[in-house]
Design a protein around this ligand. Structure first.
Ligand code: PLP
Length: 437
């Protein structure tokens, strides 16, 4: 495959094409197909954007029907039939059964646009600028969201000082015996802690980019309580792990918390079409008309597929049960790997169909597994501060047989990567006469 034009014309900033250096041409369900006709199983799902698979037939059918009838495609934030139906469906399928009242703000099309709006609104409501974010958190790379993103690679690329954010240790950051909420509580209660009183806390219930770090349910509940006690808004960034990824439509439901503000994007349109949404409690809606704007807030094609995705998958509980069944399958498989290779220092963590195979922080094992898996026809990525976590994000709709095939590839790739590591170690021992440096 000739990738020269990508090297010659596309900026050095390009990323995923380096990890998966082929030219993809088609995709169906959980299968990606490159220009030579080679097929790959997709355990990446566009970083969590394709929860219902590529070119999902039901969603595509609705989209084609809509286009065939010359349905409105672009409409800023004017009222449209597609948007009306999306809001009615959102209310009927998600809000009404939970007895939740949230206002909807449609922002520019990508996740970071939703986060920018959420942070801006929280600051406006509380009249304070500081926001609490967490170690290893990822919220986007535009200036406001980047300030709340922990990863130094992205922060260093900002070209300016990023401020108005205080980073706190996420659940488990200080080890299993340290409750990081008590630290945050101490700072909030101490008028001389040096921390400016925050307007809000922004949190992911499972940190996707940060290494599949899972917040304990009680930790999330305690965080909510702390927000109420200290007059801070609770923002759950559900961009990566919302829309069913953890087993329920909203990832925080299992913790029984009610955030003040929620951001959604990625799999919201269900078809890979850009769409972002901010939900907030009605009393927070202090926006002046047009005070926050954007040309692409009305992706009507995304509204069509998003409404259909809610109708097709979230109108009854069977889909959730199926996600849990697949979660158990993936989890068992990965845990077996951990037990099969006790010397490799592996562990597993995750919730629903975001599962991480955690490898030692140094040594590049996860990257090596991902590369070998790709050679064998599986697209899977790594995450975490040192790219030490192999992050499994299969479509929620993946057929069992394909899920198994993908897991088998991971198993073979792990065995090959460990064998290679072992050979390297032995070569070192030979070279340094047992002093292995
Ligand atoms: N928030 C979370 C939790 C994310 O995982 C991401 C992207 O990975 C974003 C925000 C930013 O979304 P986008 O890349 O669409 O701007």
């Amino acid at each position: 495959m000739d990738l020269k034009i990508f090297d010659r014309m596309e900026s050095e900033v390009r990323g995923y094409v380096r990890s998966f250096p082929v030219i993809f041409q088609q995709a169906r369900g959980s299968t990606l197909i490159d220009e030579t006709g080679r097929e790959y199983i997709d355990f990446f799902s566009g970083a969590g954007t394709l929860n219902y698979g590529h070119n999902n037939a039901e969603l595509k059918g609705k989209l084609l029907e809509y286009l065939e009838e010359d349905g409105l495609v672009h409409g800023l934030d004017m009222a449209s039939t597609a948007k009306k139906y999306f809001m009615e469906t959102f209310e009927r399928v998600l809000l009404a059964p939970r007895n939740w009242q949230y206002k909807l703000q449609f922002t520019g099309p990508t996740g970071t646009n939703a986060v920018e709006a959420a942070l801006k609104l929280a600051r406006l409501v509380k009249g304070r600028s500081n926001i609490i974010s967490f170690t290893h958190g990822f919220h986007g790379v535009s200036a406001g969201s980047l300030a709340a993103t922990a990863n130094s690679k992205f922060r260093q690329a900002a070209g300016m000082t990023l401020g108005n954010t205080t980073f706190m240790p996420y659940d488990g950051y200080m080890g299993p015996d340290f409750n990081t909420i008590t630290y945050l509580e101490r700072l909030l209660e101490d008028p001389s802690s040096g921390m400016d009183h925050p307007a809000a806390v922004i949190v992911e219930t499972v940190q996707g980019e940060g290494g599949v770090n899972v917040a304990n349910r009680q930790w999330l509940k305690d965080l909510e309580t702390l927000c109420r006690q200290h007059d801070m808004l609770l923002i759950v960034d559900d961009i990566q792990v919302g829309c069913g990824r953890t087993g329920s439509f909203f990832s925080f439901e299992q913790a029984g918390i009610r955030p003040d503000i929620i951001t959604l994007s990625k799999s919201l349109s269900g078809f890979g079409l850009p769409m972002s949404l901010v939900l907030f409690k009605p009393e927070l809606d202090i926006w002046k008309p047009g005070a926050h704007s954007g040309t692409f807030r009305g992706n009507n094609l995304a509204f069509v597929t998003a409404a259909q995705a809610l109708d097709s998958y979230w109108s009854d509980k069977r889909f959730e049960q199926d996600i849990r069944r697949k979660e158990a399958m993936v989890r068992d498989w990965l845990e077996n790997l951990v037990h099969s290779y006790p010397m490799a220092g592996l562990s597993v963590r995750g919730r629903g169909l975001i599962q991480g195979l955690v490898t030692p922080a140094r040594g590049g094992l996860a990257g090596s597994i991902a590369r070998k898996a790709f050679e064998q026809g599986l697209v899977v990525e790594t995450s975490g501060a040192n790219d030490e976590v192999l992050k499994l994000l299969p479509a929620l709709t993946i057929p069992d047989a394909q899920l198994r095939q993908g897991l088998e590839i991971i198993e073979r790739s792990l065995a090959a990567a460990l064998a290679e590591q072992e050979q390297r170690e032995q070569a070192k021992v030979l070279k340094f006469g047992g002093k292995g440096r």
